[in-house]
Design a protein around this ligand. Structure first.
Ligand code: G3H
Ligand code: 13P
Ligand code: ZN
Length: 314
C-alpha cells in the first residue's frame, strides 16, 4: 500500500528511521520488496532523475505497481529523490508518487525558499508531501556539485521551514553521496542535528549519503577484479543515534550498488562461460533482499509494520 512519508515519519519520530532505498530496475525492486516484507518494515522507494532517464518513468511506475500487487502486505512511500522543480511537477502531476524532494540547496538561501515554496504549494494541493534541503553535501548530487560540505545552519531552519511549508528537511551533517565519504575516521556532525532538533522539535529530518560501504563487500569486489580503492562510508551503528535526534529517513543507494557489483563480478569470475543473465539476476534479488533485511534491523525499522498498520487505521 502506498502511503505518504508524513504518516511514516509521525510513527517513527524519535524512535527509529525508515530506510529510503533507490531503485533503477526490476531486480532491485523485487529484492527491495522481499527484504522489507521479510523484515516487516515500512520503507521508502526512491526514484532519482538518473533512474528516470536510465529507464522510462513508465517502466518504473509499472514495476512498482506490480510489486504492490504481488506483496499486498508492504507499506511504502514512492518518493522522487533530488528533484529539480520541473521533475517535481511531473511527479506531482503523475498521480503516482506520494512524496517529492525538491533539491534547491545549491541556490542562494532566498531562492531555495522561493523554489521550495512553489513546489510545496503544488504538492500539497494534490496531497503529496515535500522534502527540502538546507546545506549541501560534498560531492555530486544529481547534476549539482559541491567541492566542500556546506553544513546546515541551525539558525536558519525555523525561518526556512516556516516560509516554505516543507514537510521534512534534509540536513548536511558531513555525509556525502557515493562510496568515498571520508578519508580518515567518519566525521558526522550530530551536534548540528541536536541544534536543529532544538529549533524545530518534532519536525522530521533526513540524512542523505548514509551508505556504510562495508569493507568486506569492497574486498570481495576487488578480489573479483574490481578496483575500488579507499572507499569508506557511514558507521551504521550510528543510525539509531541519528533517529533519536529527529532523523526519520535515512537514504541508502550506494551500498545496494555494491551488492549488485559483487554478485555480478563473482558470478562471471566463477562462471566465465556463463551468459544467462537470469542466473546472476536471481542471485542478486536474494542478496539484495538479505541486505535490505539487515539494514532495516540497523535502522530499527524491522518489526514495525504491524504497529504502523494500527497507527494508520487511527
Ligand atoms: O543522491 C544520489 C542517489 O544515490 C541517486 O543516484 O542520481 O545516480 O541515480 P543517481
Ligand atoms: P549513498 O550514496 O550514501 O547511498 O546516499 C544515497 C542518497 O543520499 C540518495 O539520495
Ligand atoms: Zn541524496
Amino acid at each position: 500500500m502506498i502511503v505518504t512519508t508524513k504518516e511514516l515519519f509521525q510513527h517513527a519520530y524519535g524512535k527509529y528511521a525508515i530506510g529510503a532505498y533507490n531503485i533503477n530496475n526490476l531486480e532491485q525492486c523485487e529484492g527491495l520488496f522481499q527484504g522489507n516484507v521479510r523484515s516487516e518494515a515500512p520503507f521508502i522507494i526512491q526514484i532519482s532523475k538518473g533512474a528516470r532517464s536510465y529507464t522510462h518513468k513508465a517502466y518504473l511506475e509499472a514495476i512498482i505497481k506490480a510489486a504492490n500487487e504481488i506483496h499486498p502486505e508492504a507499506i511504502f512511500a514512492v518518493h522522487l529523490d533530488h528533484g529539480d522543480e520541473k521533475t517535481c511537477y511531473d511527479c506531482i502531476d503523475s498521480g503516482f508518487y506520494s512524496s517529492v524532494m525538491i533539491d534547491a540547496s545549491s541556490f542562494p538561501y532566498e531562492e531555495n525558499i522561493a523554489i521550495t515554496k512553489r513546489v510545496v504549494e503544488r504538492a500539497h494541493a494534490k496531497g503529496l508531501v515535500v522534502e527540502a534541503e538546507l546545506g549541501q553535501l560534498k560531492g555530486v548530487e544529481e547534476d549539482v556539485a559541491a567541492a566542500e560540505h556546506v553544513y546546515t545552519k541551525p539558525e536558519e531552519v525555523v525561518d526556512f521551514v516556516t516560509k516554505t511549508g516543507c514537510d521534512s528537511l534534509a540536513c548536511a551533517i558531513g555525509t556525502s553521496h557515493g562510496a568515498f565519504k571520508f578519508s580518515g575516521d567518519q566525521k558526522l556532525r550530530y551536534d548540528i542535528l541536536e541544534e536543529v532538533q532544538k529549533q524545530i522539535p518534532g519536525f522530521p529530518l533526513v540524512m542523505h549519503g548514509s551508505s556504510s560501504v562495508p569493507q568486506g563487500e569492497v574486498a570481495r569486489i576487488n578480489a573479483a577484479g574490481g578496483e575500488i580503492k579507499g572507499a569508506k562510508g557511514v558507521d551504521a551503528t550510528q543510525f539509531l543515534g541519528a533517529a533519536k535526534r529527529g532523523v526519520t529517513k535515512i537514504n541508502i543507494d550506494t551500498d545496494g550498488r555494491l551488492v549488485w557489483t559483487r554478485v555480478h563480478r563473482e558470478f562471471f569470475r566463477d562462471q566465465p562461460a556463463g551468459f544467462d543473465l537470469r542466473i546472476p539476476g536471481k542471485i542478486f534479488i536474494k542478496e539484495y533482499a538479505d541486505f535490505i533485511y539487515e539494514k532495516n534491523c540497523l535502522l530499527g525499522a524491522a518489526g514495525q509494520l504491524e504497529s504502523v498498520k494500527a497507527f494508520l487505521k487511527k
